[in-house]
Ligand binder design. Structure first.
Ligand code: 13P
Length: 287
């Protein structure tokens, strides 16, 4: 059931669990995410970067595929389709394409410009019954060409952006896209606590969900994180399972070259990661 992300995240923030944003890259990803959400009775957010949308044939292609699949598979749990790290133009394109939620990432602009553009996007999102995520303090690392230098957010700036009326807020707290380096100092819980205090119950978003230790994830949720984004971990699991299939020579046995067989272990591996995330984030049975 396609919805915007408002109610699912308000409920998550109130009941102290987090909804997983699982980034999708193709049909197999979408199907794995939707069916696992249904099996686990969990809400889910399908994340789409501009790069992933381009790969799949455009924002409208992705949204039509996901919405139609949702209907054909009889998915009844709440599903939001959300633009991840959108530029100004990508947000406009997603409003047009029928997304239910968008992230406007103005974190690389001077603060006043981030405020002005976020404000504009909030008005457009409201008009179209969509939810809007904003970002303060760029998330480190690289994702589909979006590069951030890992700033830790200024809590006062978070409050100013939250007060504009965003539905949920991503604050950089030392989190990074992709795998974490061995010398990563961990999440900055001092800043997270301050941001949560100043934004009074607004659902907070933790990007870079791949590889954050379990205790840190749990602590972040207890402090107000209600949405956690996961991308790289599904990609790694998919690649490892596909590699094993080929290295075991299975593609050369019978009709093992059939894409429906060749991609099956990878899809199953994604399902396993998604299930583990729902369990860790506490969203099983919440739909
Ligand atoms: P990872 O790729 O580190 O899981 O991060 C995903 C993310 O934050 C999407 O915005």
């Amino acid at each position: 059931m396609f919805v915007n992300a408002k109610e699912m995240l308000i409920k998550a923030a109130k009941e102290k669990y987090a909804v997983a944003q699982i980034n999708i890259n193709n049909l197999e990803w979408t199907k794995a995410a939707l069916t696992t959400a249904q099996e686990q009775k969990s809400p889910i957010i399908l994340g789409v970067t501009g790069g992933a949308a381009k790969y799949m044939g455009g924002f409208a292609t992705v949204v039509q595929m996901a919405k139609t699949m949702d209907k054909c598979l009889g998915i009844t749990v709440p599903v939001a389709i959300h633009l991840d790290h959108g530029s100004y133009d990508e947000c406009l394109a997603c409003i047009d394409a029928g997304f239910t939620s968008i992230m406007f990432d103005g974190s690389h602009f001077p603060f006043e410009e981030n405020v002005a553009k976020t404000k504009e996007m909030i008005a457009l999102a409201r008009k179209n019954n969509m939810t809007l995520e904003a970002e303060v303090g760029a998330i480190g690392g690289e994702e589909d060409g979006v590069v951030g230098n890992g700033d830790v957010a200024d809590p006062a700036e978070c409050k100013a952006i939250a007060d504009l009326g965003v539905d949920f807020l991503a604050a950089g707290i030392g989190n990074i896209h992709g795998s974490y380096p061995a010398d990563w100092p961990g999440l900055d819980f001092g800043v997270l606590t301050k941001v949560a205090e100043l934004t009074g119950g607004l659902p907070l978003v933790l990007h870079g969900g791949t590889g954050i230790p379990v205790e840190m994830v749990q602590k972040a949720i207890s402090l107000g994180v209600a949405k956690i984004n996961v991308n790289t971990e599904c990609q790694l699991a998919f690649a490892a399972a596909t590699r094993k299939y080929v290295e075991d020579g299975k593609d050369k046995q019978g009709k093992g070259f059939d894409p429906r067989k060749l991609l099956a272990p990878g899809a199953e591996a994604i399902k396993q990661v998604v299930k583990e995330k729902f369990e860790l984030f506490g969203s099983v049975g919440k739909a």
